[in-house]
Design a protein around this ligand. Sequence first.
Ligand SMILES: [Zn+2]
Ligand SMILES: [Zn+2]
Length: 359
Amino acid sequence: MNNCTEIAEPELGRDGLDAQESDHQTSLAKRFEGALAHCKVETECLDNRLWDELPERERTARLIGAMGSQSKAARYRDCYVNAIPVDCPACLEKYFSRYSCTLRYCEHCGQWHFSRLMRKYREPISKLIAEGRRRGKTLAMLTFTIRAYDRMPERDEPRRLLQLVRKLFRALGLPDKEWGCIFAVETGHELAVKHPGRKAEGWNLHVHALYYGPYLNWSDGIQRWKELTAGQGQGFYIKQCPSWRRDPERAVRRALVHHFGYILKPAAVTAERIAALEVLFSGIRRVHALGLFYRLPKSETPIPGPRCPKCGHALPLNLRAWHKSERVPVSELEAEGRRDWRAVKRELGRALAFGGRAP
Ligand SMILES: [Zn+2]
Ligand SMILES: [Zn+2]
C-alpha cells in the first residue's frame, strides 16, 4: 500500500503536527498516535525504508520533532556522536569532548543528571539532618499513587499531581522549619513483554518523595490524599530509611541514590516510549522541594572542571553552551587524530590502577 500522496504537501512533511493551538481539544495520546503514523509514512516515502528499520535514536528524534520540538530532536540526534574539538593550552594535546543533549530520558545523559542532582541535594540535606534535632522525627521515602491510566496522560496531569502533593503537605499542618521534602513525578516502567491483566502499560503516574520531619500518621495521610484527588488517589506509602539516626549521611546518600536511581534506569523499552515520555515531561522540573529542603545552601564541594588528562591543565571547554554549528561528528574528529579526553582519562586511570606507566 502506498500512502505517499498523504505527504505530498511539503509543509506537512516539515513540522509535522505544528498547530498546537488547534490541537488543543485533541488528547496528547491521539496527537502522539497521529505523529507516529505520520513519521511512518514519511519514512517509507522519503527514505524508502520501513520505520522499524531506522535506528532507535533516529526514531525517537523524529517523533520528538514531529511533536513540535525540532531543536530537542537535533540535540538528541547529536548526543554522544557529535563533539567539539579542544586543544590543551599547555601540552597542545588534541582532544574532543562529546556533546551531551541532557534530555531527560537519554541513555548517555543519565549519569550527568544523576551527578548533578546528587551534588545539589546530598551534602546540604545530610548536613541539615546531622545538625538538627532528631528526636520525634523520621527520614522516610513516601510514595503517592493514583488510579492507573490505560493511555498516555495529558500534559497537565503530571503537573496536577505535583500540585496535589504540595497541597497535601500544606494540609498536614507540619510545624515550620521542622520538616522538608523533595519529590518527583514519574510513570511506571514500560515492559518489554505485556503482562496480561497489567493495566496502563506502565503509564501509571506516581510521586516519590524523600521526607524528613515529624512522624506522619499514615491513616490521616491516605484519607487526605483520597480527598484531594477526589477519590482518584490509590495509595500512600511510608518507608522509614534504615538507621538514619545513627548515620544520617549514609542514610541520605542511600535514599537519594534510590530516589534518583530511576534516572539511570532505562525508563522505556521502545524508541517510541522514550519520545512520548520526553514530550509528556517537557517543561516540568524534575525535582521539587518544600519546607527546609527548599532553597538549600549550595554544596561547598567545588565542581571539578575538565582537565587535560596528560598534564592536568584546565581545558578551555564550555560543557553546555554549544551551538549546533559547533558540533562536529566524532568520526571526523577522530580522523584528525583527536581523542576523547574522557576516554583518555579513563585509560590513564586504569593503567595507573594496574601499576603500569601512563601510555
Ligand atoms: Zn595538557
Ligand atoms: Zn544525551
